[in-house]
Design a protein around this ligand. Structure first.
Ligand code: AOF
Ligand code: ZN
Length: 373
């Protein structure tokens, strides 16, 4: 039975898990608090794949502080693991530490664990309560959970527009539609994503860096910034090697339908992916790209592209979340629209979304929407 105190301590464990927001992938973000006689005796979170998990960090913290872990309750945002991965099973660590009760936020959707951690603890006589603040724990790991359950990453599509839904002037001028706070918010999303997807047309025209700048983020937990993989969908737009995009040292992958590698700098990887016929043209099959990225441990994807690619992701029904920064401008007709979708004469065919949140960010609005239905 869960008590009010249990929710309080789990909320603390969730705060700890958030410290891994930018760094844990391909692993999930996990936090753990050890409590004995109403006092915290140890805290831990998972920082990086290959390093210790939250539970073992919390046990080490308690030991370092001279506390006896025997008889304590462990609050863990994700079910303790039961398998030997890069690190030994946390369930064994908790059993060895003499933990009496474990309160679990959510079951680990990793098929290697999937309730086996809970079963192991129960078999050792440890009292278990599950699904404590489960929804909040799921929010920590939307990408990891979706990848484990479906073999696809969680996709956020970023758009920036004026009130009249325009994104660029007729000559392509699009910089500085939104203000500095919105752009800093984009940095925060890029940093927590494993991959940033854009198109070769955008790279050619805008020469974007598509990287993470630590100076624009608050409380980054490590000295080195984990740069997300830049994934460029190659629509045979020739990107010149002198493009500023290539001067940033982020890992970069071009994907296209051609078997032949386009001319690209040596440190850029190229991969041929499946094609899909869209209105008489062979295009990159975006589902194939995402499925491939999932096999590479990519949990969260951030799409920052032009109206055509944004439309293609929406049309293929691959977007989990829309993030729209809306600037207080009216730009008029002679401009580019927000997303390019095939024309339809029926409202019934419109793509419907629901608002999850609307906030003001600097001078702009930030709208978060989820697919309806
Ligand atoms: C936990 N606590 O803090 C995390 C868990 O290769 P490894 O050893 O790092 O194992 C990775 C898997 O362990 C990952 O896919 C997920 O199922 C689980 N992550 N489990 O008990 C943690 N990060
Ligand atoms: Zn573990």
């Amino acid at each position: 039975m869960l008590t009010k105190d249990d929710f309080y301590w789990m909320a603390k464990a969730i705060q700890l898990a958030k410290k891994g927001l930018y760094t844990t992938s391909p692993n999930p973000r996990v936090g753990c608090v050890l409590v004995k006689s109403g006092q915290v005796i140890g805290e831990g979170f998972h920082l990086k794949a290959g390093e210790l998990h939250a539970e073992r960090n919390a046990i080490a913290d308690a030991n370092n502080k001279g506390h006896i872990t025997k008889g304590a309750t462990a609050y863990v945002t994700l079910e303790p693991c039961s398998h030997h991965g890069r690190t030994p099973p946390c369930a064994d660590g908790l059993i060895e530490a003499g933990i009496q009760r474990v309160v679990v936020g959510m079951v680990d959707p990793n098929p290697q664990v999937d309730s086996k951690g809970v079963a192991k603890l129960q078999a050792a006589g440890i009292e278990i309560d599950t699904l404590c603040l489960a929804q909040d724990c799921e929010q920590l790991n939307l990408g990891f959970t979706k990848r484990m359950r479906t073999g696809l990453p969680y996709v956020r599509l970023k758009l920036a527009a004026s009130i009249d839904g325009r994104t660029a002037m007729a000559d392509g001028e699009s910089k500085w539609i939104t203000g500095p706070q919105a752009r800093a918010d984009v940095q925060h999303y890029r940093a927590q994503s494993c991959a940033i997807i854009s198109g070769s047309g955008t790279v050619e025209v805008d020469q974007p860096a598509l990287n993470v700048r630590k100076s624009e983020l608050t409380s980054y937990p490590t000295d080195d910034v984990r740069q997300p993989l830049r994934v460029i969908i190659d629509s045979k737009k020739k990107v010149s090697a002198s493009n500023r995009f290539f001067s940033h040292n982020s890992p970069t992958l071009f994907v296209g339908i051609s078997a032949e590698r386009p001319e690209l700098p040596d440190n850029v990887t190229y991969r041929q992916v499946a094609s899909k016929r869209v209105r008489g043209e062979d295009k990159v099959d975006l589902t194939d790209v995402l499925a491939y990225l999932a096999t590479q441990g990519i949990n969260d994807v951030w799409v920052e592209a032009g109206a055509h690619m944004a439309g293609a992701f929406i049309e293929a029904d691959l977007v989990d979340e829309l993030i729209i920064y809306q600037a207080p401008l009216l730009m008029g007709e002679q401009t580019f629209g927000l997303v390019n979708l095939p024309e339809t004469d029926s409202l019934a065919l419109a793509h419907r979304w629901s608002y999850q949140s609307v906030t003001q960010i600097g001078e702009d609005l930030k709208l978060i929407l989820h697919k309806k239905g």
